[in-house]
Design a protein around this ligand. Structure first.
Ligand code: FB9
Length: 362
């Protein structure tokens, strides 16, 4: 079959065998081209001049009276309303409010945490944290260049703190090192809101008659730490403390069970831990059904007598306290994997807009 006759066939619209086409293609005499054709024809609604459907009865329509022969567009009851420009609360503030309400329901009052800059004295020394403790060097702590030091430390109390560090007292032998005032006067960005707890307990000790107290704080703390998926150089610390006669470790465990059950965490485990300012100390773990694992949810302990007695708190008064972060529960509750998506310059606003109301304890 020669190509002239087959092309003729094609022109006449006769079917050409595939084999022939393949042959012609192999000899590059023809190429296959796909073309799509549409035929347009009038639809049922076709009109020469489209009538615009009115969507509103306007003043002009009423005045001109032409509203009588207007055709109105059907109501689209499914139409979304204009998005209302409302504010959105940062997930962190949502969870902060929920946890604040738990503290208030449990009879706690908030400590004033509006001072990010603190002296080493209230942040470390008053907590019986020795001056050569690793957390006190610039690898872990942001020290201030200006004002580099503070001048407002209560001298008599400072003397007592010096004594207890150098030679102990109240049954403690202290650390036996040469305590330096200028080290305590160094200003820093507070590394924990426990610095505020110290100030509040000292103030409480100055009152004529001792009254039991329940305090809480939720605010920013700063640590010169390596930034990673769950850690930034600053985070929000949540802290609770109860100050009263004869408080025991059992009371601490009891109040932790109560507090965390209101956060929806019931199965708790406690692991002995160490903090310079509490003895005994415990890390707190909770079994998280969603994550199917035990999660470390905080730290806790009983403030040492070497911290409380120099303040002037009466013998027999104990202080139980615990702490956790605000970012960790918020990340888990909102399913946020990287802390930088939750806090800081890289937060994606749509996450804030799309984040549902925080429901704790469910
Ligand atoms: O928040 C932490 N974990 C956490 C808390 C809640 C949570 O909720 C989920 C919804 C279910 C999940 C996780 N942590 C404390 C534990 C860890 O994340 C830990 O690795 C990191 N910690 C921070 C400090 O990091 C350097 C969290 C932060 C922390 C640790 C200790 C304290 C406060 C914050 C404290 C304290 C304390 C101890 C004794 C007396 C007074 C205060």
């Amino acid at each position: 079959m020669n190509c002239k006759s087959s092309l003729e066939d094609w022109r006449m619209g006769r079917v050409i065998a595939d084999k022939v086409i393949d042959d012609l293609k192999r000899r590059k005499l023809v190429t296959k081209e796909k073309s799509i054709w549409y035929s347009l024809k009038k639809g049922p609604e076709f009109v020469a001049k489209r009538k615009t459907l009115a969507t509103d009865v306007t003043r002009e329509h009423l005045k001109s009276g032409d509203w009588k022969d207007l055709e109105f567009k059907d109501y689209n009851y499914g139409a979304q309303g204009q998005p209302i420009a409302i504010g959105y609360s940062q997930p962190l503030l949502e969870v902060r409010e929920a946890i604040q309400n738990i503290f208030l329901e449990m009879g706690f009052s908030e400590m004033p945490t509006n001072m990010y800059v603190e002296s080493s004295f209230w942040n470390f020394d008053a907590l019986f944290q020795p001056q050569q403790h690793p957390a006190r060097d610039s690898h872990d702590t942001f020290f201030l260049k200006a004002p580099a030091t503070t001048t407002q430390l209560p001298d008599d109390y400072l003397e007592k703190v010096k004594q207890v560090h150098q030679s102990g007292g109240h049954g403690s032998k202290g650390y036996g090192y040469d305590w330096k005032r200028d080290e305590a006067e160094k200003n820093l960005l507070r590394t924990h809101t426990t610095a505020v707890s110290t100030r509040m307990l000292y103030k409480l000790a100055q009152e004529k008659t001792f009254a039991p107290k329940r305090y809480y704080s939720i605010d920013r703390v700063f640590r010169n730490e390596a930034v990673d998926r769950t850690h930034l150089a600053e985070f929000h610390q949540i802290e609770g403390l109860i100050c009263d006669y004869g408080l025991t470790l059992g009371d601490l465990i009891g109040v932790l069970e109560d507090f965390f059950s209101r956060l929806g965490m019931s199965k708790l485990r406690f692991k002995p831990a160490y903090n310079p300012y509490t003895e005994p100390s415990m890390e707190i773990f909770s079994y998280h059904d969603g994550l199917k694992k035990w999660v470390e949810i905080g730290n806790s302990g009983m403030f040492r007598p070497e911290m409380l007695l120099p303040m002037g708190l009466p013998e027999g008064v104990n202080v139980i306290a615990w702490g956790l972060s605000l970012e960790r529960p918020t990340m888990i509750l909102y399913g946020i994997d990287n802390i930088r998506d939750l806090f800081g310059p890289k937060v994606d606003f749509n996450l804030i807009k799309s984040s549902p109301i925080c429901r704790l304890g469910l």
